[in-house]
Ligand binder design. Structure first.
Ligand code: AHG
Ligand code: MN
Ligand code: MN
Length: 339
C-alpha cells in the first residue's frame, strides 16, 4: 500500500506501508484466542535469522568462510558459520524464555532451556553449508512442537504431525516461508528495515507445465533401482534445478511445483558411500519442509512410501529419505516405492 504525504508544495513523501509478519501473527493469535508466548518465540527466531544473514554477509566480505576445525554429530566437518549460526539461535531462544527444550543439528544432545517454556524447537541453523565457501545462498530451518499442557511432560521427540508451526529462511537474501498447522503456508520478504513483510499465501501450482525435478543427479544410478528407472523414464517431461541447499531448492519448488527428492543411496559403486537411511535429517529438515508442503497442498514421503510427518522419531538426529512436492507426483513415486 502506498500513502502520499504532501509536506510542502515541493516536498512530497511517499510511504510504502506493508503488513509485517508480526502484524500477521498477532492477528492470527487474536482471532484464534491464542497466547502471546508464540509471538515472543517467533520474534526471537526472526531476530536470529536477521543476525545470521548479517554475519553471513560479513563473512563473505572478510573471506571468513572456512571450516571450524571440528565435526558435528553426523561426523561432518562444520564451518565456522555453522557454529556461529547455532550460537546466535541459542542466544535468542534463551532470551525469549519460551523454549523448554531445543534440538540443533550442531549439538549432539537435547538442550534443556526453561522448565516453564511452552515449546520444543528443532532447528538447522545453517542449511547447505557446502554453499558457504562460494558465497551462495543457504538456509535456516525450524520446526516447533508444544509441551504437554494437560499433565507431566514426557519430553518425547515430536512427530511432524505434532508440530504446530514450521518455517525456513533463505539467507542472506531474506525470504521467510512459514506454515501454521491446519491454517496454511505463507511467504514473507525482508525489507531494508529488517522487518519481514507482505504475506503471500503459498499453494503448489496445479499446472504441470512449470513442474521441475530437483535432486543430486550425480547419485541417480545409486538409488533403489525403481527410482533410477523412474528418473530415466520420466525426467524428459520436466525441467531440472538443484542448488544444494534444501531451503533454496524447496523455496523454488513451492513456486514451480514438481518433486524434490533425496532418496537413500543403496547402490553406490563404492559401498562405503552408501547412505541407506538417506541424508536429510528428519527433525529439522524433512519434517520442516513436509509441514510446509502439506499446508501448501503438497505431500512428503520416505523411502518406504510413508508420510514423513507420521514417522515416530527414535533419535533426534535420525536421517530419512525424502520425496516432497506436488501431491500427484509424490503419489506416483509412492506407488512405485510400495510395489
Ligand atoms: P547441512 O548443510 O545443514 O548439513 O544440509 C545439507 C543438506 C541439504 O541442505 C541439501 O539439500 C543437501 O544436504 C545437499 O546434499 P548434496 O551435496 O549431497 O547434494
Ligand atoms: Mn541442512
Ligand atoms: Mn546445517
Amino acid at each position: 500500500m502506498e500513502k502520499i504525504f504532501v509536506l510542502s508544495r515541493n516536498l512530497i513523501y511517499k510511504m510504502q506501508t506493508e503488513e509485517t509478519f508480526m502484524h500477521f501473527l498477532l492477528k492470527h493469535q487474536q482471532k484464534n484466542n491464542r497466547t502471546l508466548n508464540f509471538v515472543i518465540l517467533m520474534e526471537a527466531i526472526l531476530s536470529a535469522a536477521r543476525e545470521i544473514a548479517h554475519q553471513y554477509d560479513l563473512s563473505a566480505i572478510r573471506k571468513n568462510t572456512g571450516k571450524s576445525g571440528s565435526q558435528n554429530t553426523h561426523g561432518e566437518k562444520t564451518f565456522a558459520l555453522d557454529e556461529m549460526a547455532h550460537k546466535i539461535v541459542m542466544e535468542q531462544l534463551k532470551g525469549s524464555g519460551q523454549v523448554m527444550e531445543a534440538t540443533s543439528e550442531e549439538n549432539p544432545k537435547e538442550i534443556r532451556l526453561n522448565d516453564d517454556g511452552r515449546y520444543f524447537l528443532y532447528f538447522d541453523p545453517l542449511d547447505g553449508s557446502a554453499n558457504i565457501e562460494h558465497n551462495l545462498p543457504v538456509g535456516f530451518l525450524f520446526g516447533i512442537g508444544k509441551r504437554n499442557l494437560e499433565g507431566d511432560e514426557d519430553y518425547h521427540i515430536r512427530k511432524g504431525i505434532e508440530f504446530i508451526a514450521s518455517g525456513m529462511f533463505t539467507l542472506p537474501q531474506g525470504i521467510f516461508t512459514f506454515a501454521l498447522k491446519n491454517s496454511g503456508a505463507w511467504r514473507f520478504i525482508r525489507e531494508e528495515t529488517g522487518a519481514y513483510v507482505r504475506p503471500e499465501k503459498i499453494e503448489f501450482p496445479k499446472q504441470k507445465k512449470s513442474w521441475i525435478l530437483s535432486f543430486n543427479t550425480s547419485y541417480r544410478n545409486y538409488y533403489d533401482k525403481k527410482i533410477t528407472n523412474w528418473i530415466n523414464n520420466n525426467e524428459n517431461k520436466y525441467g531440472f534445478r538443484y542448488g544444494g541447499s534444501l531451503a533454496i531448492d524447496f523455496h523454488r519448488l513451492l513456486n514451480t511445483g514438481g518433486l524434490f527428492m533425496y532418496p537413500a543411496i543403496v547402490n553406490h559403486t563404492d559401498s562405503s558411500k552408501n547412505q541407506p537411511k538417506g541424508k536429510l535429517r528428519l527433525m529439522y529438515e524433512a519434517n520442516v519442509v513436509a509441514m510446509i508442503a502439506k499446508e501448501a497442498g503438497g505431500m512428503a514421503i520416505n523411502d518406504r512410501g510413508e508420510d514423513i510427518m507420521e514417522i515416530n522419531p527414535k533419535d533426534r538426529h535420525e536421517r530419512t529419505g525424502i520425496y516432497v512436492g506436488s501431491e500427484e507426483l509424490v503419489e506416483e513415486i509412492r506407488k512405485i516405492l510400495i510395489q
